[in-house]
Design a protein around this ligand. Structure first.
Ligand code: AMP
Length: 225
């Protein structure tokens, strides 16, 4: 099963991808997470990507596409995967289509998370992430038990540089300009399901689970009702 989670930054894709990954036992592949690891390790790719990421711009396609294609060919992805943060423009969507076909797959469903601007800004500015295991928290909606400490691994939480208010606006503009045309591509080339992502994480997850359980049962017509 190949599922693409698509939508603006702050719509909750990362949180839902982690829940879905546990539920379906397939890997969560996030381009943002992989790129942040490269930046942390100060790799050649990390050095090239950092400036774009800090300012909320997209990292050039040629850097991201090779990285993601290498990842989806790994053995743990052989039964499918959940893509979060890729594709982000039409050229990436075309590369992905071609590559999944080459490895004998098809995209089963693209899920579009619709979220209002208010919710997005509140979610991103309150988001905190574990430095070690990358678990996502929110200072109000999903706080850790102990301030700025991860419940799971005890490591310190941090605020992503690009979650500061001045960068959030640029990320939203980049999304509107470069990523929304991908919706048309999904409508033409894969099944697209829109869901409202404004409510809290558990309610969104229940809707997702229901949608994907139906997909597993090949009840595709009902999904779009
Ligand atoms: P995210 O964690 O998905 O919000 O991504 C954080 C940042 O990583 C983005 O603002 C981009 O700079 C970069 N990034 C993540 N995914 C992509 C992608 N598919 N194409 C280009 N840049 C990306």
């Amino acid at each position: 099963m190949i599922i693409i989670l698509f939508g603006p930054p702050g719509a909750g894709k990362g949180t839902q991808a982690k829940l879905l990954s546990n539920y379906f036992n397939i890997p969560h592949i996030s381009t943002g997470d992989i790129l942040r690891r490269h930046v942390k390790e100060d790799s050649v790719l990390g050095k090239k990507a950092k400036l774009y990421m800090d300012s909320g711009e997209l990292v050039p396609d040629e850097l991201v596409t090779d990285m993601i294609l290498e990842r989806i060919r790994k053995p743990d992805a052989k039964n499918g995967f959940i893509l979060d943060g890729y594709p982000r423009n039409v050229s990436q969507a075309q590369s992905l289509n071609k590559s999944v076909k080459e490895i004998g797959f098809d995209v089963d469903l693209a899920i579009y998370f619709e979220a209002s601007k208010d919710v997005i800004v509140k979610r991103l500015s309150g988001r905190r992430v574990c430095k070690k295991c990358e678990r996502i928290y929110h200072v109000v909606n999903m706080p850790p038990k102990k301030d700025m400490v991860c419940d799971d691994c005890g490591a310190e939480l941090y605020q992503r540089k690009d979650d500061r208010e001045e960068t959030i606006i640029n990320r939203l503009n980049v999304y509107l300009k470069q990523s929304t045309p991908v919706l048309d591509h999904f409508s033409k080339h894969s099944k697209l399901k829109k869901i409202s992502a404004d409510s809290e994480a558990n309610s969104v997850f229940n809707v997702l689970k229901d949608t994907l359980d139906r997909l597993k049962n090949s009840d595709l017509e009902k999904i779009n009702k």
